[in-house]
Design a protein around this ligand. Structure first.
Ligand code: SAH
Ligand code: SF4
Length: 357
């Protein structure tokens, strides 16, 4: 008689936090579970912060066992936490494969804004940005993006995180599926239920993805403009060679014909590069046809570049010019600069000095 071989097939468990409500419903049907369990599970995951299927007591014991065999509920491991003088906190998380990402919790009066990462590093290579200089490792999953909120809330129970901004490490639209998936979990009634106007995605200007975002999401859009002429912008942000200013502005006009919200333009001011009054005049001209606001971000110096922070009076003069021309314009105060948690400084905890010299 021929020998009988036993093959053990081990299936890798699915990270349940990567699934939308619809996808989870489909998975449950395949497992012979009622589709309404999907809503209950979402509630356990995103409202009651369950980390184990055994906690889901309104699901039968038998199905809880089935769920635990098929799915995992990973949580991000906090590797390091640093607090700045202004109560800004930078969190470094270690992912399953050993990669690290950073999130920043920023106090805003009695509320907090959480700045989340969407990639490990960034491939767009903006010459003023530490994350860009560090290079790209990989995209984050939906679970790793929303997991930053879960982990920060677990660390600070009761702290009201009222706004989420996709302005940490990475270019959200270079990881568009996971970014849109995470926004869905953040804003859906069954998920974290944030209102769309409390969630903002910041992009370096990936035009096809901006168009997809217009069609599929109602969250806010911020665009890192940073320069007003194609040659300067391409020198600062190489992606401008692929999507030059004319194409970017055309897509943003479409954004406005589809909805009401104002676009935020981020403008990193760099000494001697884009910080003169002539630039303020050009910026006012260029944005004439939009309802928008401008966030001026004085360049945060870091070890990776020779660019310099602008003089304070130049920042003030730039802002005053815009305000005198009825343009809503804020100077983004630097949060957590001393812990390298400010814009463009993320990645600093893991970067070796010799990597950037
Ligand atoms: N990739 C997206 C979101 C992450 S960067 C984007 O580029 O929009 C978030 C913001 O930090 C961007 O507006 C970027 O222009 C800004 N930034 C990057 N490096 C900076 C630095 N060194 N100083 C000040 N702002 C910086
Ligand atoms: Fe990437 Fe944004 Fe940094 Fe540019 S500014 S390298 S797009 S993270």
């Amino acid at each position: 008689m021929a020998p009988v071989h036993t093959y053990i097939i081990t299936m890798e468990k699915i990270d349940i936090k990567n699934l939308s409500l619809k996808e989870l419903g489909r998975e449950l049907r395949e497992l012979g579970m009622p589709a309404y369990n999907a809503r209950q599970i979402f509630e356990w995951l995103y409202k009651k912060h369950a980390t184990d299927f055994e906690q889901m007591t309104n699901i039968s014991k038998q199905f809880r066992t089935v769920l635990a065999e098929r799915f995992s509920i990973p949580v991000l491991t906090m590797h390091k936490k640093q607090a700045g003088r202004d109560r800004t906190e930078k969190y470094q998380f270690m992912l399953g494969d050993g990669a690290t990402i950073e999130s920043v919790l920023i106090p805003m009066g009695k509320w907090y804004t959480l700045c989340v990462s969407t990639q490990v590093g960034c491939a767009l290579g903006c010459t003023f940005c530490l994350t860009g200089i560090k290079g790209f490792k990989r995209n984050l999953t939906v679970s790793e993006i929303t997991g930053q909120l879960a982990a920060v809330q677990a660390e600070n129970p009761g702290v009201p995180v009222s706004h989420i901004v996709f302005m940490g490490m990475g270019e959200p639209f270079a990881n568009e599926d996971a970014t849109l998936g995470a926004i869905e979990i953040l804003t859906s009634e069954e998920g974290y239920h944030y209102s769309n106007h409390r969630v903002t995605v910041s992009t370096a200007g990936l035009v096809p993805q901006i168009r997809r975002f217009i069609a599929e999401s109602k969250a806010n859009l911020a665009v890192s403009l940073n320069a007003l002429y194609d040659d300067t912008r391409t020198a600062l942000m190489p992606i401008n060679a692929t999507y030059p200013l004319g194409e970017l502005m055309a897509a943003l006009k479409d954004y406005h014909s589809h909805r009401r919200g104002r676009i935020t333009f981020e403008y990193v001011m760099i000494k001697g590069v884009n910080d003169g009054i002539a630039h303020a005049i050009q910026l006012a001209k260029m944005l004439k046809h939009f309802p928008f606001k401008v966030n001026l971000i004085p360049f945060n110096e870091h070890r990776g570049t020779d660019y310099e922070r602008p003089d304070e009076e130049d920042v003030r003069a730039f802002q005053t010019y815009l305000q005198n021309h009825t343009i809503a314009c804020m100077v983004r105060t630097t949060h957590g600069e001393e812990i390298e948690a400010a814009c463009g400084q993320l990645g600093g905890m893991t970067i070796a000095k010799e990597d950037v010299q």
